[in-house]
Design a binder for this molecule. Structure first.
Ligand code: ZN
Length: 86
Protein backbone atom coordinates (compact mmCIF):
# COMPACT_ATOMS: atom_id res chain seq x y z
CA UNK A 1 0.00 0.00 0.00
CA UNK A 2 1.42 3.39 -0.89
CA UNK A 3 1.42 6.40 1.38
CA UNK A 4 -1.62 7.96 -0.29
CA UNK A 5 -3.72 4.86 0.36
CA UNK A 6 -2.49 4.61 3.92
CA UNK A 7 -3.49 8.20 4.59
CA UNK A 8 -6.90 7.47 3.08
CA UNK A 9 -7.44 4.40 5.26
CA UNK A 10 -6.46 6.51 8.26
CA UNK A 11 -8.92 9.23 7.26
CA UNK A 12 -11.73 6.68 6.94
CA UNK A 13 -10.95 5.29 10.35
CA UNK A 14 -10.97 8.78 11.83
CA UNK A 15 -14.26 9.61 10.12
CA UNK A 16 -15.85 6.56 11.74
CA UNK A 17 -14.59 7.66 15.13
CA UNK A 18 -15.79 11.21 14.58
CA UNK A 19 -19.31 9.94 13.87
CA UNK A 20 -19.29 7.94 17.08
CA UNK A 21 -17.85 10.55 19.41
CA UNK A 22 -16.70 14.04 18.50
CA UNK A 23 -15.41 14.67 22.03
CA UNK A 24 -12.96 11.79 22.08
CA UNK A 25 -12.15 12.43 18.43
CA UNK A 26 -10.80 15.85 19.34
CA UNK A 27 -8.81 14.35 22.18
CA UNK A 28 -7.30 11.74 19.89
CA UNK A 29 -6.42 14.34 17.28
CA UNK A 30 -4.08 15.87 19.82
CA UNK A 31 -2.70 12.42 20.54
CA UNK A 32 -2.16 11.85 16.82
CA UNK A 33 -0.24 15.09 16.52
CA UNK A 34 2.13 13.88 19.24
CA UNK A 35 2.58 10.58 17.41
CA UNK A 36 3.35 12.35 14.15
CA UNK A 37 5.88 14.64 15.81
CA UNK A 38 7.53 11.49 17.13
CA UNK A 39 7.64 10.01 13.61
CA UNK A 40 5.21 7.17 14.13
CA UNK A 41 4.26 5.46 10.87
CA UNK A 42 0.84 6.01 9.30
CA UNK A 43 0.01 2.30 9.74
CA UNK A 44 0.85 2.52 13.42
CA UNK A 45 -1.28 5.66 13.88
CA UNK A 46 -4.17 4.00 12.04
CA UNK A 47 -3.85 0.98 14.33
CA UNK A 48 -4.15 3.26 17.38
CA UNK A 49 -7.31 4.88 16.00
CA UNK A 50 -8.84 1.46 15.29
CA UNK A 51 -7.96 0.04 18.71
CA UNK A 52 -9.10 3.15 20.55
CA UNK A 53 -12.41 3.11 18.69
CA UNK A 54 -13.02 -0.48 19.85
CA UNK A 55 -11.95 0.43 23.39
CA UNK A 56 -14.29 3.43 23.35
CA UNK A 57 -17.13 1.12 22.29
CA UNK A 58 -16.43 -1.51 24.96
CA UNK A 59 -15.90 1.15 27.61
CA UNK A 60 -19.22 2.79 26.63
CA UNK A 61 -17.80 5.95 28.13
CA UNK A 62 -15.63 8.84 27.02
CA UNK A 63 -11.93 8.59 27.72
CA UNK A 64 -11.94 11.74 29.82
CA UNK A 65 -14.75 10.31 31.98
CA UNK A 66 -13.17 6.92 32.43
CA UNK A 67 -12.06 6.07 35.94
CA UNK A 68 -9.61 3.50 37.21
CA UNK A 69 -12.46 1.02 37.79
CA UNK A 70 -13.63 1.49 34.20
CA UNK A 71 -10.20 0.59 32.91
CA UNK A 72 -10.06 -2.48 35.16
CA UNK A 73 -13.50 -3.50 33.93
CA UNK A 74 -12.30 -3.02 30.37
CA UNK A 75 -9.27 -5.24 30.90
CA UNK A 76 -11.57 -7.97 32.22
CA UNK A 77 -13.86 -7.61 29.21
CA UNK A 78 -10.92 -7.83 26.80
CA UNK A 79 -9.60 -10.86 28.68
CA UNK A 80 -12.90 -12.68 28.49
CA UNK A 81 -13.59 -11.80 24.87
CA UNK A 82 -10.76 -12.90 22.62
CA UNK A 83 -12.50 -11.56 19.52
CA UNK A 84 -12.54 -7.98 20.73
CA UNK A 85 -9.90 -6.90 18.21
CA UNK A 86 -11.81 -8.09 15.12
ZN1 ZN B 1 -16.22 9.60 23.74
Amino acid sequence: MDLYNKERTLEQQKERFKEECIRCYKLLEKFERTLRINNYSISRIEKYWTSLRIIHKILAKCFEDAKKEDIEELVIKIDTNKNWSE
